[in-house]
Ligand binder design. Structure first.
Ligand code: WTA
Length: 628
């Protein structure tokens, strides 16, 4: 594979890079992992320094900076208030309608402190789980940061999920408070969030209080003693702008984030104050080469891990200016993003291959209307980027001068795991090499490293500070999902298959488990199947991922009808809508195929591989385990 053309960074990029050299530092970081991370932990503030860099006494429940006391807010906000960053913009927000709001670090502190005092006055205590279901508005960030400040645990649920999916996540976390907005804007339409929350609250016995931010200005149903308008609370004397930041143990929980896995029940990954602060800030600073004057735009939704780590925490700890945009990239025209880059002088753009492919489709003329020369670096995340999209991004958006940081990582890893640095020679479609401190390999089922260019399981062989501390209240599931397969070796199973070429560059192929990446969003086949099965016409189903030009993958469902129902085009349409309503629009299937039976193994597991081969017209492979 090493005959691909390398893309070399220009001398200008190299001269200005924070990290100018990879090989020696990588070698050092592997041989001296704990020293390496201790040095970087010195870059953030602690109420009390750690006693031990890494406590490995109870693997896989590793504890980083054990004995240390901090709070991510001490670093993301408090420490900037006594430096020139106090007057620097922390957030530039643009709404879909073009309204703009900006907040300096000084103003951010006031907003977050007021919010934190409101939460406290409503009885939120250290360790409580607060659910956040919001559009992309500054208050979403304030809500997250306010929870962290008082030691509460936030659980952000992406605003595209249905009331059922939201209720599942509220109930699993035993959350008694939800923060939402009346609605948000998307493609000129209002998405009604509060009404989704109202339905979810009916399904959630633990839910007591809902705080609603007025944003879309629509009528919503509010119930006495349960529902509060944020602006009413903010007008009360309790909402003072002075609030102490709670001292937390390094391994205290900062947030839960639900993600899809192999079973129907989404799992909540747990991230902590100490290790996560060190990992997100270090990776952000090194990979995106953050300079004090930069304007950084991560165009993800704060509701996913990318937003948590690289809109909110990493950048704010680094005192950067982040750009946030509420709406669709092509509203009102396909040049919305390019216009924003020009208008705000954005230096770094970080987005997904799906977004790039979506904008590429409109042609180059839209980009030419705007000055994109402020851009210095680009980034990609969420799914493999096809070389064609990579080259367009590099040539048309980056004007051949901006290296693309193709960052491979997961909700579980907290931050970048395989990624280039600005000085790394690039190959389109490869996330290149491991970040410092990480030993990563491609292995077979027994754990033997496969030959260069061969496909295998991607595993992480060593602990890192950003790693999830576990699955919320389910240690067994954490072990079984990630650590059981290579228990003997003590390796983390990523769930991805990959290849490593002769140059040591990693090429991610895709998921090996029952996770589907649609437009970079992570969904479980079991979640989709559970959604369709709630329709009376369906007795059994199997969801699979099929390659899609724009979305990377799309969902196809094979479904068995209940007696008395007839297959029809209308019923297919009804089922497609049904899934979209029950799980959320991102889970909308492309097609529902009616079948009489599903191919299964003798132990009853659906053989999705065979279904996929049938749709794609490929050979069906080894059928020896198929039940007659
Ligand atoms: C996929 C998103 C190829 C991968 C941060 C992983 C990628 C899953 C890349 C995690 C990339 C993420 N190249 N594939 N640069 N980044 N993935 O938890 O399959 O939403 O396992 O985290 O996304 O998805 P998650």
């Amino acid at each position: 594979m090493s005959d691909e053309n390398f893309y070399y960074p220009s001398q200008h990029v190299i001269d200005n890079a924070n990290i100018k050299e990879y090989d020696d530092l990588y070698k050092y970081s592997i041989e001296n992992r704990e020293e390496f991370w201790a040095t970087h932990a010195e870059n953030i503030n602690w109420y009390k320094k750690w006693d031990k860099v890494l406590d490995k006494s109870n693997p896989p429940f590793y504890k980083w900076f054990e004995g240390g006391k901090t709070n991510i807010i001490l670093n993301a906000i408090d420490r900037h208030l006594s430096t020139p960053a106090r007057n620097k913009l922390a957030i530039i927000w643009e709404g879909e309608k073009g309204d703009v709001r900006t907040f300096s670090y000084f103003a951010l502190n006031r907003e977050v402190s007021e919010f934190a005092n409101i939460l406290k006055s409503m009885g939120v205590k250290k360790g409580d789980v607060v659910t956040i279901y919001m559009p992309q508005i500054p208050e979403q960030l304030f809500a997250m940061l306010a929870c962290a400040k008082i030691g509460a645990i936030h659980s952000v649920v992406y605003g595209g999920f249905s009331s059922e999916a939201l209720a599942d996540r509220i109930n699993d976390a035993n959350s008694r408070m939800v923060i939402t907005a009346d609605g948000g804007f998307r493609r000129g339409k209002v998405t009604e969030l509060k009404s989704v929350v109202n339905k979810a609250m009916e399904l959630s016995p633990t839910m007591e209080i809902c705080i609603t931010i007025k944003h879309a200005g629509i009528d919503v149903y509010m119930e006495n003693d349960r529902d509060y308008w944020f602006h009413d609370l903010k007008a009360l004397p309790i909402a003072s702008h002075k609030c102490e930041t709670e001292e937390m143990d390094s391994s205290d929980t900062l947030f839960l984030l639900y993600t899809s896995g192999s079973t129907g029940k989404p799992k909540a990954l747990v991230h902590t104050h100490g290790g996560y602060s060190v990992y997100t800030s270090t990776t952000h600073k090194m990979v995106f080469d953050i300079k004090p004057e930069d304007r950084f735009w991560c165009a993800a939704d704060p509701g996913w891990i990318t937003g948590h780590s690289y809109i909110v925490y990493g950048p704010l700890i680094n005192g950067a200016t982040v750009v946030l945009y509420e709406g669709a990239p092509n509203h009102p025209y396909p040049d919305r993003w390019w216009k924003m880059i020009d208008k705000y002088g954005i230096n770094i753009l970080y987005t997904s291959p799906t977004a790039i492919r979506g904008l590429m489709r409109f042609g180059d003329s839209w980009t030419k209307r705007h000055d994109l020369s402020s851009l210095r670096l680009l980034g990609s995340v969420g799914e493999p980027i096809n070389p064609e999209a990579w080259k367009w991004y590099h040539h048309v958006i980056g004007q051949d001068k901006c290296p693309i940081m193709d960052t491979w990582w997961q909700t579980e890893t907290g931050g970048f795991m395989i990624t280039p640095l600005p000085v790394t020679p690039l190959k389109p479609g490869s996330a290149t090499r491991p970040f410092f401190g990480n030993e990563i390999a491609v292995v077979d089922d027994e754990g033997n490293e496969v030959k260069a260019g061969e496909e295998g399981n991607l595993v992480i062989k060593s602990p890192w500070p950003g790693m999830a501390a576990g699955i919320f209240r389910d240690p067994e599931r954490f072990i079984n999902t990630y650590w059981k397969k290579y228990q003997k070796q003590g390796w983390y199973l990523t769930g991805d298959s990959a290849k490593k070429d002769e140059d040591g560059y990693f090429w991610i192929i895709g998921r090996t488990d029952d996770v589907i990446k649609v437009s970079g969003y992570r969904l479980g086949t079991a979640e989709i199947e559970s959604a369709i099965i709630t329709h009376p016409a369906i007795v059994e189903s199997a969801a699979i991922a099929i390659p899609h030009d724009l979305k990377g993958n799309c969902i196809h469902i094979f479904a068995i009808l209940r007696k008395g129902y007839e297959a029809s085009h209308e019923l297919e349409k009804e089922l497609i809508n049904h899934v979209s309503i029950h799980l959320g629009p991102i889970a909308r299937p492309e097609e529902v195929k009616f079948v009489d039976s599903l191919p299964k193994t003798r132990s009853g597991k659906i053989m999705r591989r065979i279904l996929k081969a049938r749709i794609l017209g490929l050979p069906e492979g080894d059928m020896s385990t198929l039940e007659e």
